[in-house]
Design a protein around this ligand. Structure first.
Ligand code: UN1
Length: 475
């Protein structure tokens, strides 16, 4: 059945539709999804602009109730959402269902935050004058979301945007529109008034660009690749929009000689390879203290050989396919590059079966200078880089253009403390994978990873509201 765009509370057909295919079985078409046009994006912005004043002025209780109902519906339908997500993106059913739960929890969390949005009251330096600081919604927000978390990222952007009184036009990733479409259906069912949440599916070069250029869009929140992000940043500078971007990482995981390898090895396997490595928080540089390097590599090799690759819908599967053919080609290109750059490659080949399956890869004896250690691959590939000692490990960990997440496996309180302070990343993990974050605390990075203020938790209010300072002289 063809899935249409949601504009102003109506399901609107499009001039063209795109096939959504299952990466584990590329012959299987999950559905046909509207391929919207720039005019569709404009109509959605007009609908969102029209809906904005009433939604912004609605009682926070009304917004909280709407979001809470959406959260309950997502949780009630987690099985269906998980299956759709696993089929369109390729992550395992357990990961996909967990992601649907995360989306439900995000809506519940921001239902509460709608009631808790607070300002400040301060005495003026002038006698008889009071100062109030209020947080107000921005207006229409354009949300541009990626394919690797097709329900959680739409939720963690839409829920705070709506909670704080903004209206939304969402453009989901071309590769994975089904999960976002279900979210749009659920928001309708939850009683979201017409025009408050709009969904326009289609190519980023058309829909994303139309949102970025539109004068009635107040702000853009984007998660995706660096190259697309650069274009969005330039567009937002031209049209003077508030901007929040999250674009990836080359996240270091330091393994010290004192680490418990029963903790470190599973953390590295999870961080590097789960979700097929398709997380901007993936542990893609494993920085290992020299004295335990060989023992660590042997244990990783053993653990990799035990990983179950297969159809995401099968219960035993731990690693699903790569999300698309072009992504698989890119990954295989990086495996070849690792060889050319002089690393010893363990695994990394395409599986001899239908679907875009690739064995997890370790690049042993890698240096931090190699392209495979500097560029985000976004696949099940990790460099293993030797460090002489803690100081060297910290220097290597920070020697990257990115700064999203970082980790250290150690039993030393001193190393853990020092690393948390000195890591140039937005999120630091001790004895945990660099990926897999909570939904109620800030998410975001430094350096080339992120632009603008943090997502998630109470910190999301920074982006989705504007501060107004009011002075009153009581005459
Ligand atoms: C996680 O690690 O739990 O695109 C979330 C990404 C991130 C989300 C990671 N924005 O991979």
């Amino acid at each position: 059945m063809s899935k249409r765009n949601l504009i102003g509370g109506h399901w609107v057909s499009a001039a063209a539709f795109s096939e959504n295919r299952n990466p584990a079985r590329p012959e299987e078409v999950i559905g046909l999804f509207a391929r919207g046009s720039a005019e569709d994006a404009e109509q959605a912005v007009a609908a969102a602009a029209e809906a904005f004043p009433r939604w912004a002025a609605a009682s926070p209780q009304f917004r909280a109730d709407t979001l809470d109902r959406a959260g309950s519906l997502i949780l009630a339908r987690k099985g269906e959402l998980g299956r759709v997500l696993a089929r369109e993106e390729g992550k395992t059913l357990a990961e996909a269902t967990g992601e649907a739960v995360r989306a439900g929890q995000l809506f519940k969390f921001y239902a509460g935050e709608a009631l808790r949005l607070a300002g400040e009251a301060i005495d003026s330096i002038r006698s008889g004058v009071d100062v109030e600081v209020r947080r107000e919604p921005l207006g229409v927000i354009g949300l541009i979301t990626p394919w690797n978390f097709p329900i959680a990222i739409p939720a963690w952007k839409a829920a705070p945007a709506l909670a704080f009184g903004n209206t939304v036009v969402m453009k989901p990733a071309d590769l994975t529109p089904a999960s976002a479409h279900l979210l749009a259906e659920i928001l309708q069912e939850a009683g979201c008034p017409p025009g408050v949440f709009n969904l326009v599916m289609g190519p980023g070069s058309v829909i994303g660009a139309a949102l970025v250029e539109h004068p009635d869009v107040a702000a853009i929140s984007f998660t995706g690749s660096e190259s697309v992000g650069q274009g969005i940043a330039e567009g937002c500078a031209r049209s003077r929009k508030k901007l929040q971007m999250e674009m990836g990482g080359k996240n270091p995981m330091v393994v010290m000689a004192d680490a418990d390898l029963d903790v470190a090895v599973p953390a590295c396997i999870n961080g590097a390879f789960f979700s097929t490595g398709q997380r901007c928080t993936a542990s893609s540089r494993l920085i290992v203290e020299e004295s335990i390097h060989d023992a660590f590599a042997d244990r990783m090799h053993q653990a990799m050989s035990e990983l179950v690759l297969g159809d995401p819908l099968e219960a035993a599967t731990q690693i699903g396919p790569v999300a698309s053919e072009s992504q698989l080609c890119g990954n295989l290109g990086y495996v070849e590059l690792a060889r050319q750059e002089g690393a010893e490659v363990l695994g990394g080949g395409q599986l001899d079966r239908l679907g875009y399956f690739q064995a997890p890869a370790l690049f042993l004896n890698a240096s931090n200078e190699m392209r495979v250690s500097r560029e985000e691959i976004f696949g099940p590939c990790a460099s293993v880089i030797k460090a002489q000692d803690f100081e060297h490990a910290v220097a290597l960990a920070n020697d990257t253009e990115f700064g999203l997440s970082s980790g250290i496996c150690t039993t030393s309180l001193r190393y853990a403390r020092e690393f948390k302070r000195r890591s140039e990343a937005g999120m630091v993990m001790v004895n945990l994978p660099t990926a897999g974050v909570d939904y109620h605390v800030p998410f975001g990075g430094r350096k080339g990873s992120s632009v603008g203020s943090r997502e998630q938790g109470r910190y999301a209010a920074e982006f989705y509201t504007s501060v107004k300072t009011a002075y009153t002289f009581a005459v």
